[in-house]
Design a protein around this ligand. Structure first.
Ligand code: NZQ
Ligand code: ZN
Length: 389
């Protein structure tokens, strides 16, 4: 294994009785708070009122930006940055899922930048700093509550790109599993697929592994496989929601990457094209793509790793031939996504045809090679899209 640095200083308040700490935490960063949220789910579950009360109790001044879209748009980011500058905001409070938290990160960066926030994604500008960010997570999926990156869409150019900077790491995140009781079955399933994908993007890697981290990754995967179906059956099962929530954070907070020289991901850049062209829910795109990507990349070289996944996560018979065991693991994962989680099986079912496959494939690999478990060129990615039809 290689040397590495692990430095993720996010203070996490986990559990159902933690919001009392919100006011004092925000107060450390100033008096003027911009609260950001999405389409209103936080009002339906009473979370908005609880947060407003905590902010009032702490004597802070509250400003708001609502309506942040799933697959958040750069227009919302620019709007938020403008409010920060106009109102001299001291600290940002994101209340929602990955979309709200991601948008808020770039609002924070945009507030410290003179220009359009799309510059961060087009390469025209650099993130140098951000306003401090505090989050209240409402959906277990992206891990944005504990990482320093985010993904923003530009509907004018049909592009969805990721960016990151250490200053975007939330200072404090509140993780209360009970606020996820109201997450729909569909979003719960998509969130589970996203968590699984974050782990698999790291797990399927040719670098030598640290045994301890393999065990952690397999444990996280087993946790999602065990508890996502429980959360679907019993949306207010605390144990299930708590396990999914903490697994979502640890899947992508950098811990499991330790020591791997190559961190290139495969399914995420391919999926971002589905979101960019069709506004597809991120987790659904990943669920449809991942088993096909596994099938496409399965060969003599990759089979042992796929076999390890099959045996250690899904209990496939250790005595099976590596290739047969690998195939069984891929089938079992597909059945988990499409059977147990009830997600759509194909791009066709999701309303996508092959019209843009060529361009989407080209963009996914930046016109070159998508490095990863197995390097993929435009023609490979196009074939994977076709396998998903
Ligand atoms: O907008 P509201 O009304 O809040 O409704 C949301 C939205 O419609 C709803 N929801 C959230 N919490 C809820 C709830 N409904 C009921 N009860 C609750 N407690 O769920 C819908 C989806 O929300 P969204 O935030 O879009 O979902 P998610 O957390 O999956 O975020 C997806 C975004 O994050 C990006 C994705 O690409 C996508 O844009 N990602 C961010 C990453 C990161 N920062 O590291 C990594 C990921 O790979 C991912 O790319
Ligand atoms: Zn993801």
């Amino acid at each position: 294994m290689n040397d590495f640095v692990y430095n993720v200083p996010v203070k996490v308040y986990f559990g159902k009785d933690q919001l009392g700490n919100l006011g004092p935490e925000l107060k450390k960063y100033g008096k003027r708070v911009l609260m950001t949220y999405g389409g209103g789910s936080i009002k339906k579950i009473g979370l908005y009122d609880r947060i407003v009360a905590e902010i009032a109790k702490a004597g802070l001044e509250l400003f708001e930006l609502s309506g942040i879209e799933p697959n958040p748009r750069v227009t919302s980011v620019n709007e938020g940055a403008r409010i920060c500058k106009d109102k001299k905001i001291d600290v940002l409070l994101a209340v929602g899922g990955g979309s709200t938290i991601d948008a808020t990160k770039f609002i924070g960066a945009g507030a410290c930048y003179d220009g359009d926030a799309w510059d961060f994604f087009s390469g025209k500008g650099q993130i140098t700093d951000s306003l401090p960010i505090v989050t209240v997570l409402t959906l277990a999926a992206t891990g944005s509550e504990m990482d320093a990156g985010g993904v923003i869409s530009n509907m004018d150019t049909r592009e969805k790109y990721a960016a990151g900077h250490p200053s975007l790491l939330p200072r404090v995140s509140f993780l209360d599993p009970t606020v996820t009781y109201s997450v729909s079955a569909y979003q719960t399933a998509c969130g589970a697929a996203d968590i699984i994908s974050h782990i698999l993007e790291v797990y399927f890697n040719m670098d030598p592994d640290l045994y301890m981290l393999d065990c952690v990754m397999e444990g996280l995967l087993k946790t999602v496989v065990k508890y996502a179906p429980v959360a679907l059956r019993e949306p207010d099962n605390y144990e299930a929601r708590a396990n999914l929530m903490w697994a979502s954070s640890w899947a992508i907070n950098g811990f499991i990457d330790g020591g791997k020289a190559s961190q290139a991901w495969s399914c995420h850049p391919i999926e971002h094209e589905l979101s960019a062209f069709y506004d597809m829910t991120h987790g659904l795109g990943l669920a449809i793509l991942t088993p096909r990507w596994m099938e496409y990349t399965l060969d003599e070289l990759t089979a042992p790793r796929f076999r390890q996944f099959a045996c250690n996560v899904f209990g496939v018979d250790q005595n099976m031939e590596p290739m047969a065991a690998a195939k069984k693991g891929i089938e079992t994962l597909a059945e988990f996504f499409f059977g147990a989680l009830g997600l759509k099986r194909s791009l066709t079912e999701a309303g996508v045809d092959d019209t843009h496959f060529s361009l989407m494939a080209k963009k996914a690999c930046g016109g070159g090679v998508l490095a990863g478990f197995k390097p993929l060129r435009q023609e490979d990615i196009e074939k994977i899209f076709r396998m998903c039809l």
